[in-house]
Design a protein around this ligand. Structure first.
Ligand code: FES
Length: 178
């Protein structure tokens, strides 16, 4: 067997080894956990949540986020996750529906109220309603029907009336886990 000769490394001004730049990442905080996304910075948050983190509670309904199924809290405000690129999340806190309950499993009062008022049909829209309700109750302690009807959420199962009751139940301080 003929020994293989190692090729000498090129020398001279054109031979400098140019390090490949590692793609910048985006530091994310989601439900209190820290992540670093080094993929496409324009990836919509919804796909990062569902496909990368397997947090599938937040739902896709349309590419413009008009149905409210894809809402998450960004620094406490409800925003559409399908229209929000990961690049815009540096230094922000994201809370998804999975992050609403306490670490000990205690449901958020809004979650408890939706159960108590049976405000869940097929459930596809529910995470969006929960996030929108948390945001609304942060902005307005005693929301009325008009406030609730102005939320962007759609429900094809016709739960709007029970959603109203659930949100008012929280406002009245009656939503606590037994
Ligand atoms: S519960 Fe089914 S779409 Fe709202």
């Amino acid at each position: 067997m003929v020994p293989v000769q190692a090729k000498p490394l090129p020398t001279g001004p054109d031979s400098a080894i140019v390090p490949v730049k590692i793609r910048d990442g985006v530091d994310l905080e989601i439900n209190g956990e820290h992540y670093r996304h080094t993929g496409d910075p324009q990836m919509p948050l919804l796909w990062y949540l569902r496909d990368v983190l397997q947090l599938t509670g937040t739902k896709y309904a349309d590419q413009h986020g008009v149905s409210g199924a894809d809402l998450v809290l960004l620094d406490g405000k409800a925003v559409s996750a399908i229209t929000l690129p990961v690049a815009r999340l540096a230094g922000k806190q994201v809370t998804t529906v999975e992050g609403l309950a306490g670490n000990d499993g205690t449901l958020h009062p809004v979650q408890q109220a939706f159960i108590d008022e049976d405000a869940i049909g097929c459930g596809y829209c529910t995470s969006g309603w929960l996030i929108a309700a948390v945001d609304l109750l942060r902005r307005k302690k005693q929301p009325d029907d008009d406030d609730i009807d102005q939320l962007p959420n759609l429900c094809r199962c016709g739960c709007q009336t029970r959603v109203r009751r659930a949100i008012k139940r929280v406002a009245a301080g009656k939503a606590v886990q037994p």
